[in-house]
Design a protein around this ligand. Structure first.
Ligand SMILES: *Cc1c(COP(=O)(O)O)cnc(C)c1O
Length: 458
């Protein structure tokens, strides 16, 4: 960092010129401006005031190998010197793009051999939608246009990926969702399960997928799309009964299943893929974030043999791609990221440390405002409630989550609030001592939140 950098001046410049994503600028500017993050190492980040924070979000669910890995910087430096850019359109490729396609295919089940590169999760989902609709045209079934997804799904922020997602606040702006995107009940037992057992509720949610498919007409449906575990929707871990039934229904009607693995992929749930953890056999896998651990922007769509054979044979040219599809620097960095994950057995480490996180985080469920703690691999959530027995929420959903998030920051901890659900997804390199540090900070933030709201408890 430039030692002469004046943080106050920088924040003033930020307020004057920086239009931020997903930000209420009126409150940003009135509350003193953006927090400037200047450095990071392992599971920690530093802000411009010199505070060291525990990053329990791995950036935005993406820095799976942890911060500060020089090997990735070296890989980028080497590739920029050899070839900073060349495209992959019109029958050309670069060395890292081809090697990364081969590598990603090797991490997936055998039926996935073809990998399309993009620069983000949103672009990956746009690509997936364009592909699947084109696939059905090539099959002579152009009427298969409808795509079924879930409420509170997050699939990105472009017009297509925000339509595919089920975020009502995003849909409320600018005329989304686009036509032919449909959303059904999310498999969130804690929020919607009432007196049902989780297994009963999982089946109920899965039957809503079936009902929507029947309502649309199964031969009009292009795909069912889901995150194995919904991330930004509040880390919704479906009951065990959910995915098998959804998969059975889709198979019966010949409807492809798309796993959006942008968060779950690359080890997050303790396996390489969330679909392994949740017992799904998808036809398409969408990935981004963990592919490069966030060190470079890159995403990809993997398509299985069942879909690709006819598409290549009969489809002609697919008129789709991005200038930076398969960007050589991003691919070189992703390759180095995967090499580290494999050599350092990071996925095995995640699976091995997950029970420790479950035990330590799970102990927070004795807290007066915690209704549930759930953990799968190294992704999880803490539900904040007014009444532990009935799972009743505080008034004005999202308010207490916001209070808790601020107490986290005040205690040098980054955790995100999805409404009143605190979510976490720390770097996968986390150690047991770091878990202890994180859980202590979390309890402090919960205690401070409790002090603010205890008059509201029933
Ligand atoms: C973050 C995310 C996306 C969008 O990725 P961007 O790189 O932000 O475009 C898509 N799907 C899921 C599941 C995500 O979490």
């Amino acid at each position: 960092m430039n030692k002469n950098l004046n943080i106050e001046e920088l924040v003033a410049a930020d307020n004057a010129h920086h239009f931020h994503p997903f930000t209420d600028h009126k409150s940003l500017h009135s509350e003193g401006g953006a927090r400037v993050i200047t450095q990071a190492s392992g599971v920690h980040i530093w802000d411009g005031k010199g505070n060291k924070l525990f990053d329990a979000m791995a950036g935005l669910w993406c820095v799976n190998i942890g911060y500060g890995r020089k090997e990735l910087a070296d890989a980028a430096y080497r590739q920029m010197q050899d070839l900073p850019f060349y495209n992959t359109f019109f029958k050309t490729t670069t060395v890292p793009a081809t090697l990364l396609a081969e590598k990603v295919a090797s991490l997936l089940p055998d039926r996935f051999k073809q990998i399309f590169f993009v620069n983000s999760g949103s672009e990956a989902n746009d690509t997936m939608v364009r592909f699947i609709r084109r696939y059905w045209e090539v099959q002579g079934q152009p009427e298969r246009q409808h795509i079924v997804s879930r409420h509170r799904a997050y699939h990105g922020s472009t017009c297509i990926s925000a339509s595919l997602g089920g975020m009502s606040a995003m849909h409320a702006q600018g005329g989304l969702p686009l036509p032919n995107f449909h959303h059904v009940l999310e498999p969130d037992w804690f929020q919607h399960g009432g007196d049902m057992s989780p297994e009963e509720f999982g089946l109920k949610a899965a039957r809503e997928v079936e009902a929507k498919i029947k309502e649309l007409g199964p031969d009009k449906v292009a795909a069912f799309v889901g995150e194995p575990i919904q991330g930004a929707g509040g880390v919704i871990v479906p009951p065990d009964s959910y995915w098998p039934y959804v998969q059975k229904v889709c198979r019966e009607h010949g409807i492809p299943i798309v796993a959006d693995e942008v968060i779950c992929g690359f080890g997050r749930t303790g396996n390489w893929w969330g679909h392994e953890t949740m017992g799904i056999d998808p036809d398409i896998v969408v990935m981004a974030k963990g592919l490069s651990s966030g060190y470079q922007p890159i995403g990809a769509v993997a398509v299985s043999d069942g879909l690709i054979g006819d598409f290549f044979d009969k489809g002609g040219e697919f008129f789709h791609g991005y200038t930076y599809s398969g960007h050589p620097v991003a691919c070189a960095v992703a390759l180095e990221n995967i090499r580290i994950m494999q050599d350092e057995k990071l996925i095995e480490h995640t699976a091995a440390i997950a029970p420790y996180v479950e035990e330590k985080m799970g102990a927070l469920s004795d807290h007066p405002i915690v209704g549930e703690v759930r953990v799968k691999g190294l992704i999880g959530a803490i539900e904040l409630v007014r009444d532990k027995q009935t799972r009743a929420r505080f008034d004005d959903l999202g308010r207490v989550g916001g209070i808790c998030r601020e107490h986290c920051f005040d205690n040098n901890l980054v955790m995100r609030a999805c409404w009143d659900t605190m979510v976490f997804s720390p770097p996968l390199c986390i150690t047991e001592a770091e878990v202890d540090e994180w859980v202590d900070l979390t309890r402090k933030a919960l205690d401070a939140t409790y002090a603010d709201v205890k008059g509201e408890l029933s």
